[in-house]
Design a protein around this ligand. Structure first.
Ligand SMILES: Nc1ncnc2c1ncn2[C@@H]1O[C@@H]2COP(=O)(O)O[C@H]3[C@@H](O)[C@H](n4cnc5c(N)ncnc54)O[C@@H]3COP(=O)(O)O[C@H]2[C@H]1O
Ligand SMILES: Nc1ncnc2c1ncn2[C@@H]1O[C@@H]2COP(=O)(O)O[C@H]3[C@@H](O)[C@H](n4cnc5c(N)ncnc54)O[C@@H]3COP(=O)(O)O[C@H]2[C@H]1O
Lengths: 141, 141
């Protein structure tokens, strides 16, 4: 395949589907989110609502940053902070029927992208690792 | 350039040099490390000794995981835990004079690689972002 074939390939086979993606829900508190992130071992995960719509991105750094006080890290405040208040709502997304080109462009600055259906339903994620594997196969030919 | 040129290119121009790399030192405690990670915004950084030799990798997840007690997250223990006890010492490394091929192979499973001189001195890091930018230039031709 040539460069153009690589860029125009659909992303659909590379999507990690939603049931395999760790996430937290709107309304969860930051302490719960910290437990989920620590136990799954991921540094950032999607935030969904109860309709499985994508609402934002929550990273461990956002949690610790929210309790960095003047004198100490204020751990006791974690149970009073909702993920809604600290998540990143400015996250780039990609559609299920988009092509590698859009994934390549966005994954330069983002470790993973949330994939959504036309109606905003969360469909899964596409990660740098998956694109790099495809790129490696491509470049080794 | 062709595939072979891409893979045999030296990594040297893509290294983020050591003075630009946030790190912690052997002997630092986990609370200090958590502050460095939170303030720099990175999820994992190298651990060096006072001779600027690479000793390991420390991620935020390793810190929170170390204080996950049976009943609660035991934040008070952070100042008593040394980074030496919780860091990852199994990290892959790459030499200053290595080629893109080795970087591509290893960055599939690691967000960044520590670059060392022959004598183990820390020279900098090479990141997925940098390799993906080179790959994008390559594939857009
Ligand atoms: N349990 C595990 N098993 C094997 N390797 C692991 C792993 N956890 C992390 N890694 C490796 O570390 C990289 C960075 O993970 P991080 O959690 O910072 O960053 C992750 C995380 O924020 C998110 N992510 C990946 N898979 C996820 C999942 N199943 N659920 C939720 N978020 C996920 O996408 C980012 C990029 O993932 P990517 O695979 O490119 O890159 C991953 C992968 O190469
Ligand atoms: N201050 C910032 N400005 C702009 N973009 C930012 C940023 N902090 C993070 N990012 C973006 O988020 C990605 C993941 O960052 P993370 O800290 O999890 O994972 C980072 C971090 O663990 C480490 N890293 C990168 N630059 C570093 C530095 N100057 N010092 C120490 N560690 C660094 O290498 C990993 C992969 O970095 P990469 O650049 O491929 O990928 C970065 C970059 O695309």
């Amino acid at each position: 395949i040539n460069n153009k074939d690589f860029l125009t390939a659909p992303i659909i086979d590379q999507i990690i589907s939603s049931e395999k993606v760790a996430h937290v829900q709107i309304g969860n508190n930051a302490e719960h989110a910290l437990l989920v992130l620590t136990k799954t071992g991921y540094s950032a995960i999607p935030v969904l609502d109860n309709q499985y719509h994508l609402k934002g991105l929550l990273g461990i750094g956002m949690i610790t940053d929210s309790i960095l006080g003047m004198e100490r890290i204020e751990y006791e405040r974690l149970e009073d902070i909702k993920v809604d208040e600290i998540m990143d709502t400015n996250l780039p997304t990609i559609r299920v029927k988009d092509r590698f080109q859009r994934a390549v462009d966005l994954l330069i600055n983002h470790p993973f992208l949330c994939v959504t259906e036309e109606d905003g339903t969360f469909a899964g994620i596409i990660t740098r690792r998956v694109i790099m594997k495809e790129f490696k196969k491509y470049i080794y030919n």
